[in-house]
Design a protein around this ligand. Structure first.
Ligand SMILES: *[C@@H]1O[C@H](CO)[C@@H](O)[C@H](O)[C@H]1NC(C)=O
Ligand SMILES: *[C@@H]1O[C@H](CO)[C@@H](O)[C@H](O)[C@H]1NC(C)=O
Ligand SMILES: *[C@@H]1O[C@H](CO)[C@@H](O)[C@H](O)[C@H]1NC(C)=O
Ligand SMILES: *[C@@H]1O[C@H](CO)[C@@H](O)[C@H](O)[C@H]1NC(C)=O
Ligand SMILES: *[C@@H]1O[C@H](CO)[C@@H](O)[C@H](O)[C@H]1NC(C)=O
Length: 376
């Protein structure tokens, strides 16, 4: 399978968005997702005894471990910052109206899109997290906190002045099923359920009064060093000729994304007044593998152990004894084999905020986001 997106790169080398129309900014950002989004919840749940609490996690931006599976900021942090808000606080870090004044991130590392009992029923596998932190649970926790979040203002006012980012979620459902040796057929059968779970979250939020929702698609899961080593192959046909990534896993991401876009079209019909934006993380990420100037070893993890792709197994070894860290994380796409670097997250966020990877495109706040040049 050949990805037409790759050819788009020829045309999008430099895009100046110019000064856009003035639009009101968001007062808050609320987000949901898994470890690609989590800004500290899983770590708080573990009482701070968590793999990301060791150096070199957090070294690039926060200069200390902070719960993120990253050297610096996540895509969601860059989105918040583009609207003049601080990096995203984890929803479990506080209880007060003040704590939520800029919004909060409900994402939890290892969270499934499907609820735990349903995932176990349809796959026969134990969920990665014995406690259920799936998308529906994250949404419920947002609803439970609404009285605190909206204290002193109207729910509708808060919902309509907030940006909601629903995902990325579902990657854990797929990757765990692959690692659990489920057949492609079995995993394919999960896609409609996962997409429906995301659609249901969008529907709930729109019913509560959300007017702007960004719904990211699946990452290029077939490019992660941890999956590259698990599904090693000597057959060149298994790899994308341009990116070097595993075709089989990326085809899943592409399939999931096409189904998600159909679901979002349905949600737009149900909620004509809501702006429901599809964020093509896959497209934005894929371009990075062609940029050999900034990312000379795109399939290698910056932080890991010596070996193919700088990872030993599918386990994340970054931060453990014997792991090594590259001196230049800004030149890596993968941080620890399973998660992206701040550099990659920044490029993806820019592709969504200013580039061609949001459908429909995000409208600019004239004061904070004007005249930005988007460079791949
Ligand atoms: C939130 O409030 C509950 C009940 O008062 C308390 O048990 C919990 O520790 C609080 N959590 C945080 C993060 O402050
Ligand atoms: C889990 O998800 C399934 C399928 O969407 C649903 O039927 C079931 O009620 C959910 N269970 C819980 C506990 O949320
Ligand atoms: C999946 O297969 C691999 C390789 O054959 C094996 O090492 C692993 O234990 C299997 N995992 C499960 C959950 O069955
Ligand atoms: C690839 O080929 C090498 C050398 O023939 C062999 O040792 C290795 O096991 C093969 N790997 C796989 C995944 O088939
Ligand atoms: C990681 O990969 C890069 C690029 O191939 C290499 O220069 C570096 O030494 C590797 N680090 C480890 C720990 O293997």
């Amino acid at each position: 399978m050949d990805y037409p997106l790759v050819h788009l790169s020829m045309f999008f080398l430099l895009i100046s968005t110019g000064t856009m129309q003035a639009h009101s900014c968001f007062e808050r950002v609320f987000s949901f997702g898994d470890s690609m989004m989590d800004t500290g919840n899983a770590c708080l749940l573990a009482g701070g005894k968590y793999p990301t609490m060791s150096p070199p996690f957090g070294e690039t931006y926060f200069h200390k471990p902070n719960g993120r599976w990253c050297d610096g900021r996540m895509v969601i942090d860059f989105i918040a910052q583009a609207y003049g808000l601080p990096p995203m606080p984890p929803s479990m870090g506080g209880n007060t109206t003040e704590y939520f004044q800029n919004g909060a991130n409900f994402a939890v590392a290892a969270a499934l899109a499907l609820n735990n009992s349903f995932y176990k029923r349809v796959t026969g596998l134990d969920p990665p997290h014995p406690e259920d932190h799936s998308l529906g649970v994250q949404l419920q926790s947002f609803k439970n906190l609404l009285p605190i979040i909206t204290k002193g203002s109207s729910v509708n006012g808060v919902m309509s002045s907030s940006l909601f980012v629903v995902g990325e979620i579902g990657g854990v459902d797929y990757v765990y099923s692959f690692l659990g040796n489920k057949s492609v057929f079995q995993i394919l059968s999960l896609v409609p359920y996962i997409v429906a779970a995301i659609g249901s979250a969008v529907n709930d939020l729109a019913n509560l009064g959300a007017t702007t929702l960004i719904v990211p698609g699946m990452y290029a899961v077939g490019c992660a060093p941890a999956t590259m080593i698990r599904f090693q192959s000597n057959n060149t046909e298994d790899f994308d000729i341009q990116t070097g990534c595993l075709k089989r896993l990326n085809q899943f991401a592409i399939y999931h994304n096409s189904m998600l876009m159909i679901e979002l079209a349905k949600q737009r019909k149900l909620h004509p007044r809501a702006n429901i934006i599809y964020a093509d993380y896959y497209g934005a990420q894929s371009l990075l593998y062609l940029n050999k100037l900034d990312f000379p070893a795109p399939l290698y993890a910056c932080c890991g152990v010596p070996g193919p792709y700088n990872v030993s197994t599918t386990m994340i070894s970054c931060g453990t004894k014997g792991s090594e860290t590259c001196p230049n994380p800004q030149n890596y796409i993968s941080w620890d084999g399973g998660h992206l670097t701040e550099a990659a997250n920044h490029a993806i966020a820019n592709g969504i905020l200013y580039g061609p990877f949001a459908t429909p495109p995000l409208q600019s706040c004239s004061d904070q986001r004007s005249d930005h040049t988007y460079i791949i």
